[in-house]
Unconditional design. Sequence first.
Length: 479
Amino acid sequence: MKLTRFLTAAVLLAAPLSYAQNQPAAPQHPVPSIQDSETSSQKDARMAWWRQARFGMFIHWGLYSIPAGTWDGKQVPSIGEWIMNNASIPVADYKSLAAQFNPTGFSAHDIVALAKSAGMKYIVITAKHHDGFAMFDSKANAFNIVAATPFHRDPLRELADEARKQGLKLGFYYSQDQDWTAPGASAILRANHDPVTHHWDKAQDGDFDTYLHTKAIPQIKELLTNYGDFPAVLWFDTPTANMTPARAAEIVALVNQHPNLIWNNRLGGGYKGDTETPEQTIPAQGFPGEDWESCMTINDTWGYKSYDTNFKSTETLLRNLIDIASKGGNYLLNIGPDSHGIVPQPEVDRLHAMGTWLAVNGEAIYGTQPTLFGPEAGSFSATVKDSKGNPKFIPAWDWRSTTAPNKIYIEIFNWPPVSGAQAAFHLDKLPRKITSAYLLADPAHTPLKMTQAGGSLDIHLPAKPLDPIATVLVLETAK
Ligand code: H79
C-alpha cells in the first residue's frame, strides 16, 4: 500500500524538522499527482539527474538580509529569515525594507560558479520565503524585487541563464502556505499552540482562499512558466492545516503540467511529493528505497545574520556529505548572501575546500549507491533515549562506504592505527569478492597489499592518510 501522509499542526510543533514523518494516511487525492500514476521506470528517468547529483546549494536570500538578525537595536534570536515573525514586526514596517534593497553586489555568474567549484550540481533558491517578498519579477503581486526595490532586476532569471550556461540545475523554494505580509495566509508563531492563524498585525487578517487564488497560485504559475526549462525543482515548505487536500490539489494541478519537475514532501494536503526532506539532521539509516535530501545550514541560520559566525568546519561539512551519500541521500547545503548580494567569505572558503576534495574524490560520491555494510555509521544505544523516548542513535565516525557496480568505496575518516610502518584497514564481512585495492587520491592507483583470512580482509595502508578529512579506499570487486 502506498503510504501517504498528512501534516497536522501538532506534528509540526512537536517535530518541526520532520514534516512528513508519522502522519496518518490522507484521504484519496482530489487531484492525483504524477507520482500517483507514473511507472517506476518513468520515475527513474525523472529522478535520474537528481539521484546522480548528491550535492546541491540552497540559497536563502531576501529582505531579511537587511536587518540581518537585528531589529530596533536588539539581536533577535533564532533563524534570520524568521526575524519578521520572531520580532513581531508590523507588515508596513517590514514591507518598507524593500525601498532600501539594492543588492548590486549580486552576481549570478559568481554564485553559479561557486556552486560549480564546490562540486554542487543544483541550486535551490528562495523565490518567496515566509515573509511574502518575491525575489522575482511578479505581475501577480507588487511586493517583489523588480517592482518594489531600486534594484529592478530579477535574480532568478539571471541565475536561470547562468545555471543553463554552466550546466547546473536550478530549483525554486516557494512558501505556499505561510506568508506574513499577505492578508489571509498562515503565520506559525514561535512557541504558540495555534500555529495556523496567529497574526500580530491586523493587516495579516483575511481569507486564505483569497491569498491562495490571488497570490500563491498565480506566483507558482509565473515560476513554472517564465524560466524556460527551469525550475527543475519546486521546494515547498511548512504546510499547516490550512493546506487542505482540496487546496493542495489546486497546486498539484499546476505542477502536473510540468512532467519533469521534482517537488518535495512539504506541499501538504496529504501529497507525498518526490523527496523526503530531513532538516538540520541526517537520518540514522537514511530512507531506504526513497529519494531524500538533508537540508542544512552552514552556520546556524538560513537567511544572513551579521553576527552568526558559528560556521561548521570543512571537516564536518564534508563528512556530512559523505555520511549522506553513504545512506543514499542528497546534501542541500545552504548559503545566505548579505543585503548587497555578497556571499560571506567563510561560506565561500568552505565550499571551495569541499570542491577541492570532490575534484579528487567525487567518483566516490556522485551517482553512487548506499553502503553494503551499515554498522559503520553507528548504532542505537541500549540505554540512552532520544527526545521521543526511542533508543538514541550514536553515530560513529571511523569510516563510511558508498557503492558502484564494480567498486566499493571506503571513505576513511579516522586512519587506522599504525603498526610497524603500516596501517591496516580491516573488514570482517565481505559483501563481494575483492579483487584489488587502491587509494583514489593516489594518481598511480598503486595496488595495496591485501591479506584475506577466513572471510575477513586486511588492506595494508600507508602510515598516513592522503587527506586528513577523508581518504577514499577503492575496493575493486567482482560482481
Ligand atoms: O527555510 C528554512 C526555514 O526558515 C524553514 N525551513 C528551512 C528550509 C523553516 N520554517 N520553519 N521551520 C523551518 C521549523 C520551524 C521552527 C519553528 Fe521557530 C520553531 C517555528 C516556531 C518555533 C524557529 C524558532 C523559528 C521561530 C522560532
